[in-house]
Design a protein around this ligand. Structure first.
Ligand code: UDP
Ligand code: MG
Length: 331
C-alpha cells in the first residue's frame, strides 16, 4: 500500500487513576479521531502513569477496539511530567498535542489548534480564558506562581497555558533532546522558542473523579519550575548580604555615636561582639552568594541544553539546520 500523504497528528494523554473519567475521555477521543481522520492520520497515545484502578485495562480495551489508539503503561506512578515525556517520546506525529484525561482541556479546541499550526505556528498554546471548577486557592496560587516565575527570569513561560498545547515535530525534538531529569515541560517548551501562537478556551470543570495534583505535587511542580527555569534564587544570599551590610554600617554608626555621646552605655565587650557577629554573618552570606554564582553555572553546564536552536537557513546545506543546534561551543 502506498504511504499516506496525510500529515500525522498524535494526541498524548497521561492518565493516573482516571477510572471514572475514562469512559468520557474515550467517547470524546473517538469523536475527535473520526472528525480529524478526513484530513490527518491520527494516533492517540494513552500513557497510564502507574494507576491503581482500572485505568490500564480500559486503555487496553480501547486500543484493541479502536484503530489508531495506542497505550503505554508505566511500572509505577512517575508523575505527570514524566508520563507526558514518555508519550512525547513515543509519538510519531508531525504535530503532537498533549491534553489531560479529565476533559478539562476540551478536545473541540484541537481543531482550531491544528488550523493555527497549518498557518505556520511551531507551538500552539491553548490559553485559559477562565478556570471553571477550580478552587479560589488554586486560581490564586497559579496567578502568584506565574508572577514569581516571571520575576525570577522565566520570561518565556506562557502564563495561563497549562500542558494543553501543540508542538510541531521540530519543537518536540528540541524538547526531547534536553536531558534534564527534573522536567518542567511548560518551561522547556517556552525556552525552545520558534514561532508560537495562542488559542483561547474556557477551561471546563473536571468531568469525573478528583484532582490527581494534591498540594504536595503542586508544590513539587512549582519548585521544579522555578529551579529549572532560573538560577536567581542562588543569588539571594548575595543580595541579602549587600542589603544587610548597608544596614549594619548604619547600625554601627548609631552604636558609636550613642556610646561617644554618653547617651547609652553598653557593657564592656558588647559592641565588639555585636560587630564581629554581624560582620561575619554578612561575610558568610556574601560567600554563599559567590558559591551560588559558581553552582548556578555548574547547573547550567550539567543541564547541557543546546546553546541555541536554528529556526531557518538559506543558502546552506540542509544538515546545517541540525548542526547549528549547538550542544557545545565546539558544535
Ligand atoms: N496525572 C498523571 N500522573 C500524576 C498526576 C496526574 O499522569 O501523577 C495526569 C492526570 O491523569 C490528568 C493530568 O495528569 O490527565 C492532569 O492531572 P489533574 O487533572 O488531576 O490535575 P489538575 O487539573 O487538577 O491540576
Ligand atoms: Mg485536571
Amino acid at each position: 500500500m502506498a504511504p499516506s500523504s496525510r500529515k500525522r497528528v498524535s494526541l498524548v494523554v497521561p492518565c493516573y487513576n482516571e477510572d471514572e473519567a475514562f469512559p468520557h475521555l474515550r467517547s470524546a477521543l473517538c469523536d475527535l479521531i473520526r472528525d480529524l481522520n478526513f484530513r490527518y492520520e491520527v494516533e492517540a497515545l494513552l500513557v497510564d502513569d502507574g494507576s491503581r484502578d482500572r485505568t490500564w485495562s480500559q486503555i487496553r480495551d480501547f486500543a484493541r477496539e479502536f484503530p489508531g489508539v495506542r497505550g503505554l503503561s508505566l511500572s509505577r506512578n512517575f508523575g505527570h511530567q514524566a508520563a507526558l515525556t514518555c508519550g512525547y517520546r513515543h509519538a510519531t506525529g508531525d504535530a503532537v498535542i498533549s491534553l489531560d484525561a479529565d476533559l478539562q482541556d476540551p478536545p473541540s479546541v484541537i481543531v482550531e489548534m491544528l488550523e493555527t499550526w497549518e498557518r505556520g505556528a511551531d507551538v500552539v498554546y491553548a490559553v485559559r480564558r477562565n478556570r471553571a471548577g477550580e478552587s479560589r486557592f488554586k486560581k490564586w496560587t497559579a496567578a502568584g506562581f506565574y508572577r514569581v516565575a516571571r520575576y525570577l527570569g522565566a520570561s518565556s513561560l506562557r502564563a495561563d497555558a497549562g500542558d494543553f498545547r501543540l508542538l510541531d515535530r521540530r519543537s518536540l525534538d528540541a524538547v526531547l533532546a534536553m536531558p534534564e531529569r527534573h522536567r518542567f515541560l511548560r518551561g522547556m517548551v517556552g525556552w525552545v522558542g520558534f514561532s508560537t501562537a495562542d488559542v483561547y478556551y474556557d477551561r471546563q470543570a473536571r468531568i469525573a473523579g478528583h484532582t490527581k495534583y494534591p498540594l504536595r505535587k503542586m508544590l513539587g511542580l512549582a519548585t521544579d519550575a522555578i529551579v529549572s527555569c532560573s538560577s536567581v534564587p542562588l543569588r539571594f544570599p548575595y543580595y541579602f548580604s549587600v542589603s544587610a551590610a548597608g544596614l549594619c554600617v548604619l547600625y554601627f554608626l548609631y552604636l558609636l555615636i550613642s556610646q561617644a555621646s554618653g547617651h547609652t552605655q553598653f557593657p564592656p565587650g558588647w559592641m565588639a561582639l555585636m560587630i564581629a557577629v554581624v560582620s561575619f554573618g554578612c561575610l558568610i552570606l556574601c560567600s554563599l552568594g559567590v558559591l551560588g554564582e559558581y553552582v548556578g553555572r555548574i547547573y547550567e553546564q550539567v543541564k547541557s541544553r543546546p546553546l541555541y536552536l536554528v529556526r531557518e537557513t538559506i543558502g546552506m546545506p540542509p544538515e546545517a539546520a541540525v548542526r547549528g543546534n549547538g550542544r557545545s561551543m565546539a558544535a
